[in-house]
Structures are given as C-alpha cells and as structure tokens.
Design a binder for this molecule. Structure first.
Ligand code: RIB
Length: 290
C-alpha cells in the first residue's frame, strides 16, 4: 500500500536560545541551523524512513528546489510537489536549553497548492491507501472528501490547531491524532471528547506520559508509554511519531505495535537537534537502547 501526504514543506531556521523569548525581549542566539522541515515534510520523511512508500503532495516556490531534492534523497516520492510563484514556506524556531520550542510560521507556497494538482495526485491512489493531512496547507477539506470518495483511509493530525479546520474534515476521518491541549480545544469547540466523535481510530499524545489510543469500533483504550530519554530538542518529534504510526499501519502492523515503534522513533528524535534531516530510520529505531 502507500501513504499520500498533503503536507507543508518549510525551511526551518532553528535558533538555540538560553530561554524562549518573552514579549518585547531581545535575545541573542547561541547558534543558527537551517534545515528541511514542515509538519508535512517531517511526516513524509518519517514514513519513508520507516519503510513505507510515501508520496508528498505539496508546493514550493521558486526558492524551493533544494527542499524537493532533499525529500527525494530521503526516499519520498516528490512527483506531486508543485512549483508555484509564492515563496517556499519557512519556520523560525526558537529552542531553549530544555529542548522546548516556539515556532513562527510563514505558510507561503504551502497555501498556494492548486486544487487541480491535488486531484491529479490522488487519481493515482488505490483504495486502502492512507491519505494524511495536517493544518499547514490549503485544501484539507477537499482532500479529505476526495480521499473518502476514493476509499482511502483518511488521517488528520490536528496541528497547528484550528477548530474550524478540524471540524471541516471530521466527517471524512478514519484516524485523528492530536495532543492533550488540542484534544481539550477540540472538545471545547464540539462539546464532545475526540474519542466520542465517531472516528475509527483516535490517538491522543501525552508528551512524557506516552500516547493513548481509542478504538472507535470496540471501545478499547490502550496506553503506550513514552521511553525515558533526556530531550535536547522536541521539534518534529510529534510528526515523527505520526509518520511512524501511519507507516506501521500501512505495513500491516496492529495498532499497539505501530504505536510502540512510533514511541521509540519519537524518543530517539528528541535526543537529536533538527527536524526532517535527522528523523531516525527503521534500523536506528529498532536498534536503539533506552
Ligand atoms: O512540527 C515541527 C514543524 O513545525 C517544523 O518543522 C516547522 O517547520 C513547523 O511546521
């Protein structure tokens, strides 16, 4: 099977700082690193490194050829990345000494993908393939509807959280993944807990406490613990977890195994500085000792 990812592609500008800046504060960075990122690109790289065939659907501007080349080097199918006139998206990321971050996003080309390009890409998908989206592009609702019509398993990572955007895709979802804060925000917007929205699989990530899966068919609830690591940079760890879970499901693993593998990948990821460029491959994840 395959994973189709309608997702963002960003240049990540990562500033290492003594602490996250307060309003009105000027702060000198210890260092600046540039790399490939975007929640979408991070998930595509994670899924490809976990062993899946992953096609990225997205857009870059005239300044984005390097990002497409890098995705290709990392094993992602880049044939459905459009070139548009808008500059490539970027993220300004502040990381403190505890590994926590703060992100400013410039969406750029990510929000300029033509609908026709989405249709052309998904016309190659087969029933049973996975379609995943996040909230850094345009066309999520259109993609979700197309995915449902084509018999794909439609997955959504509700980040960055926006209640209206999640509600627009809810009727089409088979799989929803979100963190605790996003789960509370969604409950405030809908009046229902995410697991009560009629979605087949819901995962709520709980940071250092692991992740919880709600099986919408059986009502079973399963917890997968986090692994004990000292984080240096948490940026992209959630994306890595999602990419690995979806790859596990794509490769036929039962949900508990897919989540356990994803927890290992996420744990390894927080011990590394950077985003898409440092997402661990399956061998690293399997061999890691925690
Ligand atoms: O989730 C981390 C990602 O968020 C970064 O790579 C950045 O580009 C933003 O999209």
């Amino acid at each position: 099977m395959a994973i189709w990812n309608l997702g963002s592609i960003n240049a990540d500008l990562v500033y290492a700082l003594p602490h996250l800046p307060a309003a009105g504060e000027t702060l000198a960075a210890y260092s600046l690193d540039k790399g490939l990122g975007g929640k979408g690109a991070n998930m595509s790289v994670a899924a490809a490194r976990a062993g899946s065939r992953c096609s990225h659907i997205g857009a870059v501007g005239p300044d984005g050829a390097w990002a497409v080349e890098r995705l290709m080097e990392y094993g992602v199918d880049t044939r459905h990345i459009a070139s548009v006139d808008t500059p490539t998206g970027h993220a300004v990321i502040a990381v403190d000494t505890a590994g926590e971050n703060q992100i400013i996003l410039f969406p750029g080309a990510n929000r300029a993908l033509p609908e026709q390009a989405l249709g052309i890409a998904l016309s190659e998908a087969d029933a049973g393939d996975i379609l995943v989206m996040q909230n850094e592009t345009c066309l999520q609702a259109e993609a979700a509807r197309m995915g449902r019509d084509l018999g794909l398993r439609v997955a959504y990572a509700a980040a960055p959280f926006d209640a209206a955007s999640v509600q627009a895709v809810l009727p089409f979802l088979d799989f929803l993944i979100l963190n605790e804060v996003e789960a509370q925000q969604l409950e405030a917007a809908t009046g229902k807990a995410p697991q009560d929205l009629g979605i087949k699989d819901v995962i709520i990530t709980l940071g250092a406490k692991g992740a919880r899966h709600f099986d919408g068919e059986t009502g079973a609830v399963r917890d997968v613990p986090a692994l004990p690591v000292t984080p240096v940079d948490t940026t992209g760890a959630g994306d890595t977890f999602t990419g690995y879970v979806l790859s596990g499901l794509d490769r036929g693993l039962p949900m508990p195994q897919a989540m356990a593998l994803a927890a290992r990948a996420g744990a390894l990821m927080v011990t590394r500085h950077g985003t898409a460029d440092v997402i661990p491959d399956l061998k690293d994840v399997q061999d890691a000792r925690f």
